[in-house]
Write a protein that binds this ligand. Structure first.
Ligand SMILES: [Fe+2]
Ligand SMILES: [Fe+2]
Length: 295
């Protein structure tokens, strides 16, 4: 029960009692009663009134105490849950880093680009956290791709690409198991969709792809272009920028490309340099991703 209605209810009882007693008193005055009988009646009424009042005060006092204890217990269990969620998240990130350090590096940069883009597009604080988390976890499905394909130093064969293309669904299946990460699972599933519908795994087109996934696709591709691959050298930020621009409305959402343009090469290069200087040992998860925001 909430505190306010309870207090109102407890105050209403003595008042209703007094009103009833007064009504009865008026009725009794019409009958033949001695002065002594009326005084006895008044004495009984007033005594019961004070008893009721004392009981109400006692009840309110103990209720407040119980409420305070309940809030304390709630805070404690929330803190425990938050710690457990952060632990689960850290375990996933460490697993990703152990499996393939390059993917981890790529994930931190994508998280930073995507968050900056989302911020430029005026998205809410909650959405920013969501996209940051998705950034760190978006390629977690690569855990399920065999080493001979994931770590291959030469160009991939078509059937090997098919295996790689399974990683958004694998990632979705992993992340979907954790309730507090549920709302990032969709971005993970859809991060390789293309604006023209030629992406995977669902082949969604245009606005049917959620905005966060469209933003994400730009950030992910930008980092892929500016990173070294076994079969090609890394492109400069300017070159990648020009390529993303040329693919607006084809591979990428024009709105997101416009936001990227507004961010500018200089800011993106600064983000790239900053993320490069980070490493997982220094990574303070609770500062970057307050999981409580997503609960
Ligand atoms: Fe991916
Ligand atoms: Fe990626």
């Amino acid at each position: 029960m909430k505190k306010k209605p309870l207090v109102l209810g407890l105050v209403a009882v003595p008042i209703a009692y007094l009103a009833g007693a007064y009504y009865l008193y008026r009725k009794l005055l019409l009958t033949i009663l001695t002065r002594r009988e009326i005084l006895t009646y008044l004495w009984v009424v007033i005594s019961i009134f004070f008893l009721l009042l004392a009981y109400s005060c006692y009840y309110i006092f103990t209720f407040r105490q119980k409420l305070r204890e309940h809030k304390k217990r709630q805070k404690k269990s929330f803190f425990k849950l938050k710690k457990a969620n952060e632990g689960a998240l850290k375990a996933l990130l460490y697993a990703l880093d152990c499996r393939d350090h390059d993917t981890w590096d790529h994930s931190t940069r994508v998280a930073a680009y995507a968050t900056a883009l989302a911020e430029k597009m005026g998205l809410s604080h909650f959405e920013l956290k969501k996209i940051a988390l998705a950034g760190y976890l978006h390629d977690i499905g690569k855990i399920g791709v065999p080493d001979r394909i994931l770590l291959k130093k030469t160009k991939l064969l078509p059937e090997e690409w098919e295996m790689i293309k399974r990683h958004p669904e694998l990632g979705y299946d992993i992340i979907h198991q954790l309730e507090f990460l549920n709302n990032t699972a969709d971005i993970i599933l859809l991060h390789h969709e293309r604006y023209d519908g030629e992406g995977y795994p669902l082949g969604l087109k245009g606005e049917k792809i959620p905005l966060l996934a469209r933003i994400f696709a730009v950030a992910d591709a930008l980092d892929a272009m500016t990173s070294e691959r076994p079969y090609r050298a890394a492109r400069s930020m300017e070159e990648a920028f020009a390529e993303v621009n040329s693919l607006a409305g084809v591979q990428f959402c024009p709105e997101c490309v416009k936001a990227l343009e507004e961010l500018g090469v200089e800011t993106l290069s600064r983000i790239q340099k900053h993320v490069k200087s980070q490493d997982i040992e220094k990574f303070r998860l609770e500062e970057i991703v307050p999981c409580s925001d997503l609960l």
